[in-house]
Design a protein around this ligand. Sequence first.
Ligand SMILES: Nc1ncnc2c1ncn2[C@@H]1O[C@H](COP(=O)(O)OP(=O)(O)OP(=O)(O)O)[C@@H](O)[C@H]1O
Length: 272
Amino acid sequence: MTADRAKNVEPVLEVKGLMLEIAGEQRVADLCFSVNAGERVCLLGASGSGKSLTAKMITGTPPAGAKLSGSIRVNGIEVCGKHPVARCAQSRVATVFQDSSTALNPLMTLGKQLNLALPAASADELAAMLERVGLDEIPNFAARYPAELSGGQRQRLCIALAMQSSSALLVADEPTTALDVLTQQRVLQVMRDACENAENPRALLFITHDIAVAAQLCGRALVMENGRLVESASMAQLLNNPQHAYTKRLVAAAKHSTALHRNASALCAVAV
Ligand SMILES: Nc1ncnc2c1ncn2[C@@H]1O[C@H](COP(=O)(O)OP(=O)(O)OP(=O)(O)O)[C@@H](O)[C@H]1O
């Protein structure tokens, strides 16, 4: 199968009957879903519901000793249980994880790491990339080491690098958690643009427990509870007519917090 045919005909990500067991305990059970090119899908769920383990199986980095079964196809190519370096270029996954501290080489300057990661990029292209994620105003950026950035700055750099990769699938696990609200908006826009790229539309699996952030970015939602998928719907359906008890609680809590924000803004307006 050619890359073009795979891109046009099959979903970029197709998960079927996926299971994961750690030390004899089932942590993820019978997952089935798919994500098409250009689609932004969020994976929601409470803490411990299995979102990160699902992301790790898709990216090829499950915990050591975990037992996987089922199927994960990226661009039509089976990758379940395959380490990232054993995957062919077409089936590689660009990733951004919650903790950016391990994604960069602590002993190499940022300039060197950018040149290694993107050898064909011109100085202008690198500057534009840094500007998109708000890192362009940091003095002596290229000469700094990762430890000389804040956690949020490191996270933005990792997001920018993932966006530059040619992978058709991006898996982002809580990528905006460490960011302030304005930077978060900027990063969401970068991810939106990467998926909507007309020449190379990407599929995004966005993992979060924050339904408000998910609603800004994603058109479709999957909800996990206790390692299982309990709801799958368009974002609009999920917000207007949640079906599962957990989703109902999540939506009600998000609406309550939005109402609180609205009241707080009204109070501020009165105070002024
Ligand atoms: N390496 C591991 N060894 C044993 N159990 C694990 C391991 N990693 C995760 N688990 C367990 O598997 C379950 C799912 O974990 P996972 O990290 O996928 O949750 P999550 O939905 O991403 O939660 P959070 O939103 O808090 O990040 C949890 O009960 C967790 O304790």
